[in-house]
Design a protein. Sequence first.
Length: 668
Amino acid sequence: MANDFAFESLNHAQREAVAAQDGPVMILAGAGTGKTRTVTCRIAHMLERKVPASEILAVTFTNKAASEMKERIGGMVSKKAAAEMTVCTFHSLCVRLLRGGIHKLGYKQNFSITAYSDQVGIMKQLIVRKGGTDEKVKAETVLTEISKAKNKGIDVADLQDDFFAQLAVAYQNELRAQNAVDFDDLLLLAEQVLREHSDVRDHFRKIYTRVTVDEFQDTNSLQMRLLQQLVGSPYHVCVVGDDDQSIYGWRGAEVANILEFERFFPNPKVIRLEENYRSTEAVLHTANSLIKHNLGRREKVLRSTRGGGDNIRIVAMPGDDEEADFIADEILGEKTAHGRQWEDFAILFRTNGQSRKLELALRDRKIPYRMVGAQSFYDRREIRDVLAYVALLVSPDNDVPLLRILNAPNRGIGQATAVLATDDSREKGRSVWQSLCDPFFTSTLGGKARGAIEDFVALISGAKNRIDIAKENPADVLSELLVEIEYLPWIERGCKNDSERQQRGEAIHSIKESLRDHIAKGKKLQSFLDDSALASEREDDDLEKKKGATLITLHASKGLEFPIVYLVGLEEGYLPHFRSITEGTKDEERRLLYVGITRAQELLTLTYCSVRMKWGQKTGCQPSSFIGELDDKYIEHTTFDDIQNVEMSSDDLDDFFSSMNNIFAEED
DNA sequence: GACTAACGTTTTTTT
DNA sequence: AACGTTAGTC
């Protein structure tokens, strides 16, 4: 059997988890305890026990996690079995479910998924229309409140703030009129279909008899309710997570789901994975001593299998400039002195704003680096525009994408005309597209605008006919459409410099190519839009492919590991963040630091500054209160000056090394 | 309708 | 410091 070897390499608790196949199971997997290996072994074991692969469902939070799990499982079981399994995110599971059953809730089958930037666009319009501009209500804030309500199971009409509730109702109506749903609706409606329609529920319970949920500490209460609908008696459900790594509470994640799991599924088998294969004893002891300060957790102590290790350094810095220079210099020194790879180093920070100085310091020394996270590919303007054109080719009656590109590139249909068209469509109860097509409406406009609209209508319907009637390849039609409207030159004109010009050009090329791939696989335009709405990263440029030291936020670092970790800005107000103190979520900040510490395999350095630039102004800082909570058994306190003085003697050597390095770096 | 200048804002992030 | 938004001008 393929996974005999894998099973033998598991420890006792991991084997127990693999063997516990029936009924509810909760695997509490501490950081670095071989969670993924255990889960994939457990799934492989299901197949050995003759569970049909098609009945196995594994749910993750991100597309990345889903594809990683698919890959890991693929390496253990037959190709056929791996292909028959369902490994996907909560949201894509719901899309599948709703494409089959949303008509039961009065939506049309071809509903579209509203991307976040479009949600913001809709909300901004509504705020203007409802006269909230002078009350300085932010669209994002309203959307956050709506999202929280939906995930808690509260009707959006019952939002605390009256104005918010009004906006929320108008927002839902708007989506409904567009036959569109947002991300939360996917879960909300899927749960509703399952709950209200026993035939659908039974159908899905028969299809998926074995359900696994990864990163369970990140589930919110809506996802929990969905899971309850999905899994019926005898509850062959396995959840995997670590309450100590729950860092998405601000996004609605309920640690209670993991803390009170037995409330949702009866008599679960609880298995703790506590043997850590990642970090040294020094790192783990320090991490354990910190997390102990949180109350109301599932007690868990990480045990090192590697032992010993170098002490953890806590370095006091005069300011953030010195902090950045110190780390960059050390990375350079370590690389040469101990033959490290750039990929061995990671610098972790609380807020994205802290990365700038670190980036500059690395760039000065020609140290290659990769920024993880930053801007999501699908949120880029040019991508949203191109996708809007694709959406129009599917259905021009969709107002959101229509309004988005109505004057992008500029074609003489300005804001004033757009408002007239929107008003007309609302009065007559039709889509904006229908208004634009109506000669009675266009005749009320000036000649210039009328001509522009006629050209636009001809452009879109012409392209749509080529796809629908002439059955041409949509990818070709799109490419030619973009050439015709001179989209690329228009975008390039708006760029500040060559590198931006190149990046945007590449992005456009890349989205066109992925449409071509999608069509080549025989899939529909609609599913291309679904995938794009649910994806955040471009598939082809994985983190692993980019070389260099890693710059990453603490949040984004979860699940990753690095031999050498620098964790910067351990200052009161940053970590814990100001906001957490007022909101009473200091525990979550402690978990955030815990996540950061447990990323380190060998060497860990924590730094804090006396002065930090904040919004272009120097601000004084106090050391984080978390520093005092760390047990000092493996801790060494030093200062920037101490280290500089020690190194003074070997300065000449350092200079030699860094110039050597510059020579090497330039060769790249 | 398009362009420029002053203005205000700034945790974490996925789907 | 740097970004996006908005108001004012041509």
